[in-house]
Write a protein that binds this ligand. Structure first.
Ligand code: ADP
Ligand code: MG
Length: 357
């Protein structure tokens, strides 16, 4: 027998927001990625991250970027409030990581969020706390108004007790050390791709940094700092760009290891228009250059940065912006793989030449 239909009712606003937030912030590493991107969007040259319990207890990012005007603080964590996008046509030429004004709002629905920020013009910093998208008292009985405080130019964002109000999500994230390695992975990717920004990531209270890079590096030197000399000494560079047949601009920069380097665990760092993303199709296409060159079941290291006419890229296909679609994907990746193959072959030839003489 069919069940009786149940009445349809509207979900409570706070529940709607919490569910929506969970689609954007799955785990501490997603939150961190959003915060890092905000710091980079703000022009920071130094970014320091501290983490407690894999980011579930504490995630703090200190940047020396533009800071946030005091007048903008009330809207900081409001959904769809952004300083980066105004019109629909802006979306096709977006130059910043952010544009939807959803990250801080989402975080404020599933964690305790606070900010200390100072612009170059202001004589003191301002501290504010947020809950469910709006300014909130930092402790019971306090006012919600931003408070003047001492602070350096730039912004410090503190996220505490992530998922405190979504116990199921919290329970699913069993291992703080696993969450911490995901955080490190995000920091390493951005540190390599932004070698003129100094990154530091450590566990709160620890004296040793797990990632640390200078602000005066190159992609190659950052790869060396982070992945070590065994990768660095085998690095090859390939470049590719749009040809006559292409009807839009694109270019690719690849740093990848030669046939002398192979490990069990693949490293594939993909950036599309400077955003760290994943694409199984692009990965397969470029990893295929090692077919028949590396022992079966082993992989090389590949860093690929693709810059494509922004109007041909759709970054809005996925709530976490993790997946990105672009036009002519197959042809572009094939072209990139060809360029890598040419460099590999030339390298191989110079090697065998060295052996002969
Ligand atoms: P989006 O990045 O999509 O605009 P966010 O929720 O991530 O949305 O941030 C909202 C706004 O807060 C940004 O548009 C920016 O103006 C400001 N903001 C956030 N983080 C920083 C930061 N670290 N430095 C300066 N401004 C920031
Ligand atoms: Mg953002």
């Amino acid at each position: 027998m069919a069940a009786d239909p149940k009445p349809i009712h509207r979900l409570e606003e706070s529940l709607i927001n919490r569910i929506a937030a969970g689609e954007i912030i799955h785990r501490p590493a997603n939150a961190l990625k959003e915060l890092l991107e905000n710091a980079l969007d703000a022009g920071a040259t130094t970014i320091k991250i501290s983490v407690k319990d894999g980011g579930l207890k504490l995630l703090q990012i200190v940047d020396n970027g533009s800071g946030i005007r005091k007048a903008d603080l009330p809207l900081l964590a409001a959904r769809f409030c952004t300083s980066k996008l105004s019109t629909f046509s802006d979306l096709s030429k977006i130059q910043t990581y952010g544009f939807r004004g959803e990250a801080l709002a989402s975080i404020s629905h599933v964690a305790h969020l606070s900010v200390v920020t100072k612009t170059r013009e202001e004589s003191c910093a301002w501290k504010a706390s947020y809950s469910d998208g709006v300014l909130a008292p930092s402790k019971p009985g306090a006012t919600e108004e931003p408070k003047p405080t001492a602070g350096n130019d730039g912004t410090t964002i503190t996220v505490e007790d992530l998922f405190y109000n979504t116990p199921l999500r919290l329970r699913a994230l069993k291992s703080p050390s696993d969450e911490y390695s995901r955080i490190l992975d995000v920091v390493q990717r951005y540190a390599i791709h932004n070698p003129t920004v100094s990154f530091l990531c450590k566990k709160a209270g620890s004296n040793t940094a797990d990632v640390t890079t200078p602000s005066s590096g190159t992609v190659k030197s950052a790869i060396k700092t982070i992945y070590g000399p065994s990768v660095a000494k085998e690095l090859l560079e390939a470049k590719a760009e749009a040809g006559k047949k292409d009807d839009f601009e694109w270019e690719a920069e690849v740093w990848f290891t030669s046939a002398n380097y192979h490990v069990k665990k693949p490293t594939f760092l993909l950036f599309i228009n400077h955003r760290s993303v994943d694409s199984v199709r692009v990965r397969r296409a470029v990893e295929a250059v090692y077919n028949g060159i590396l022992p079966k079941g082993t992989f090389g290291f590949i860093y690929l940065s693709l810059v494509i006419d922004p109007s041909k890229v759709d970054v809005n296909v996925h709530p976490t912006k993790r997946e990105v679609h672009f036009l002519e994907e197959e042809r572009i990746t094939e072209h990139v793989a060809d360029a890598m193959q040419t460099v590999l072959a030339a390298n191989d030839q110079s090697r065998s030449f060295q052996y002969q003489t």
